[in-house]
Design a protein around this ligand. Sequence first.
Ligand code: FAQ
Length: 329
Amino acid sequence: MYAQLVDTGAQRVRALDEMPEEERAFQERIDAGIKIEPKDWMPEAYRRTLIRQISQHAHSEIVGQLPEGNWVTRAPTLQRKSILLAKIQDEAGHGLYLYSAAETLGVSRDDLLDALHAGKAKYSSIFNYPTLSWADMGAIGWLVDGAAIINQIPLCRCSYGPYSRAMIRVCKEESFHARQGYDILLALCRGSAEQKQMAQDALNRWWWPALMMFGPPDADSVNSAQSARWRIKLFSNDELRQRMVDQTVPQAEHLGLTVPDPDLRWNEERGHYDFGAIDWTEFHEVLKGNGPCNRERLRTRVQAYEDGRWFRDALVAHADKQEQQARAA
Ligand code: FAQ
């Protein structure tokens, strides 16, 4: 069932003159920068691509609460605890906007959640890594939300109206998240040698997985060409990854931390940092379900969903009752 919702078949990007009239008109609207709205005609593969990407994105926001949720009860101060709680709640909100955006494409939220809970749907690889110390809260905000912003700012201009509009608010909130993460690390780096070491250790563990968030190298990215043609993707995986490195390295220097990459160096000619090879075997293992926390994340998510069933049932019963009363009045 899930496979049918998101399967786009073998895709080959077609030239305008190869397209049937309706599809050509659709592509010309996209080329002219006009947004596609839910009731507009769209190719089935465009619809499925969006369902795939938006629902994976929604699942990432929801599962993405878990690594940070691990530290709410152990935040070092009341202020840090309330900020972390607010941030995690924001992520839940992002998941809900995104499920709503996916629903505008004619898919049911229940089907999407079933696919997640059955382990069929993907969510971002990054959330399958453990959060071992408080410094990881800093690293997640700085690097994970930082990567999410770099990826999502262009999505505010993507061709599908509901997705692009959802991204505007999401990006504003992610900016706050990134700053709170950086602030945690700044405090640790200005603290004792042991605290600074915690920050360095967090950077060592999160750096490479954060670079993997942008997806496989362009040469292996099966969806990129067509998504770029449809203006779902405005920049390639590698372009955004490079942007992340260029932006983040000076921030690490400001913290006095060392990026764990012996091959990292500024390339004057390119005007960018060169960086070392990413371990794509690790990435594919995580995608296959063999990351350090895949099983735990899924189990916790399913348990949370089951534990919330009585509450969802109560909400529906209450809404039904109100509707009956309104009809009777
Ligand atoms: N993890 O052909 P491409 C956040 C899959 S939100 C897992 O390049 P595409 C906020 C990909 O799905 C983070 N799978 O694919 C937060 C595809 O498989 P499929 C999430 C990945 O779609 C912060 C296959 O590999 N953000 O962090 C990953 O054109 C803190 C081939 O790849 C979004 O979802 C990965 N990292 O490009 C929350 C943004 N990368 O579906 C809590 C929107 C690739 O064919 C706390 N998404 N794959 O079976 C996108 O921009 C794109 O979907 C990409 C992948 C760029 C992620």
